[in-house]
Design a protein around this ligand. Structure first.
Ligand SMILES: Cc1ncc(C[n+]2csc(CCOP(=O)(O)OP(=O)(O)O)c2C)c(N)n1
Ligand code: SF4
Length: 280
């Protein structure tokens, strides 16, 4: 088996001491090792945020893009180079605020890539503002009188948009996290893992302890092929379930594009030219 260390770059993580993202990094390195991928077969893509610094710390190809744009960049890379293993990383702000539109469309296209979200319920990099996963009444610099918005359900959004592997894990349980990442990387299709990963510096409410106290593994008899069952578990506000909610086999975006090519023996240039002609 490959060693997790072979995927570590020479750049030391610059996260605050105790940040939940360290555990996500270590679980990722171990999942890569178990996948047995060569360094040059992996592309790590991110947007902007503390969590989006991820590609710096990996000895793989990397693309540190712009805020909220990890998924369109990852889609482009996977489309142009389907043989590469594309893994996108980012925060809840990056993915569910500015990047929310891209998230929904990447899911419905079932792009064959893994998306790992470090969900700390706050904007860390910009020093603590309310995010779309922050709870109602949560006080931050941008909501000094308390948050007046309901939180988004990342898992419900993923499930209802067409994602074909949907899971939730905890930074405080890196062993299970590695298994969830492995499942996502082995999956053919859009795989999202939402990781409850505390920001120890700016979020004093959603801590390791509160995430642990509020969460519970999915029941052993949970059926991962049942979309309605997965949605109802994801919508349960009384407990934050962890584990694999849903898994399905469906054609990926690349399959549809390949079919366009093979139908009349068209080349990419011809397909793109045809699309552009239709747009003018
Ligand atoms: C277009 C644009 N808008 C806003 C910003 C400022 N900005 C940078 S990171 C960020 C949010 C970071 O939060 P999150 O994505 O949850 O990641 P975290 O830092 O918590 O890991 C914001 C608003 C930016 N860089 N670019
Ligand atoms: S500010 Fe928060 S999210 Fe950013 S590195 Fe520090 S603890 Fe982690």
């Amino acid at each position: 088996m490959n060693s997790p260390n072979m995927y570590k770059s020479a750049v030391k993580p610059t996260w605050c001491a105790g940040c939940g993202d360290y555990a996500v990094l270590s679980a990722t390195l171990r999942a890569f090792a178990e996948m047995g991928w060569a360094n040059e077969e992996i592309v790590a893509v991110s947007g902007i945020g503390c969590s989006s610094r991820f590609p710096f710390f990996l000895k793989t190809y990397g693309f540190h893009s712009i805020h909220g744009r990890a998924l369109p960049v990852a889609t482009g890379i996977k489309t142009a180079r389907p043989e590469l293993n594309v893994v996108a990383f980012g925060g809840d702000g990056d993915g569910f605020a500015i990047g929310a539109g891209h998230f929904v469309h990447t899911a419905r296209r079932n792009v064959d890539l893994t998306y790992i979200v470090m969900d700390n319920h706050i904007y860390g990099l910009t020093k603590g503002q309310t995010s779309p996963t922050s709870g109602l009444h949560f006080k931050t610099k941008s909501s000094p009188y308390g948050n007046v918005e309901f939180a988004i359900h990342p898992l419900v959004a993923a499930l209802s948009s067409g994602a074909t592997y949907v899971a939730r894990g905890l930074s405080s349980d890196p062993k299970t996290l590695k298994e969830l990442f492995l499942g996502a990387m082995q999956h053919r299709g859009f795989a999202m893992v939402d990781v409850l990963s505390p920001c120890v510096t700016y979020n004093k409410v959603d801590t390791f302890k509160t995430f642990r106290d509020r969460s519970k593994p999915l029941p052993e008899d949970h059926d991962v092929t049942d979309l309605i069952g997965a949605l109802s578990m994801a919508m349960d506000d009384t407990v934050m379930h962890t584990g694999v909610f849903y898994r399905a086999e469906k054609p990926v975006l690349g399959d549809h594009l390949e079919a366009l090519k093979s139908k009349d023996g068209r080349e990419w240039e011809e397909i793109i030219e045809g699309i552009l002609r239709g747009m003018t």
